[in-house]
Ligand binder design. Structure first.
Ligand SMILES: [Zn+2]
Length: 123
């Protein structure tokens, strides 16, 4: 991959990284707030079990989303490291170049589409 393309994807990754950090902080804030609601509601309104259950559910969902965002952030950092090591855009399994179209969608992709499908058990 030439320098111009590398810079393009580096910017793309840095942009995504910024966005994911904001999203993650937002979700973590919401988890903290719902945790506080949860404990105060438990002591104040013992019959509000249904509400509490749905709160706990959305909290669980937020925890799940936060985990997912953290996971993507890790992948973004890894991809940025690959840019500085000149290994960006190369499949970590077969060593071939990852299709540009794929990188446009998922700039932190670690594998080419072929290897990804093998990993996901589709092949
Ligand atoms: Zn591959």
């Amino acid at each position: 991959m030439n320098k111009k393309n590398l810079e393009y994807f580096e910017n793309l990754l840095l942009e995504k990284r910024k966005r994911k950090i904001v999203e993650l902080q937002d979700i973590e804030g919401r988890i903290r707030v719902s945790q506080q609601d949860y404990t105060s509601e438990l002591s104040l309104y013992p019959d509000h079990e249904a509400d509490i259950a749905s709160d706990a559910e959305s909290r669980e969902e937020n925890v799940h989303i936060a985990g997912n965002r953290a996971d993507i952030l890790g992948k973004i950092d890894r991809a940025l490291k690959k840019i500085s090591n000149n290994g960006y855009g190369i499949c970590e399994d077969c060593g071939k170049e990852i299709e540009r179209k794929r990188l446009e969608c998922i700039p932190y992709a670690r594998y080419c589409i072929e290897c990804e499908e093998i990993r996901e058990g589709k092949k």
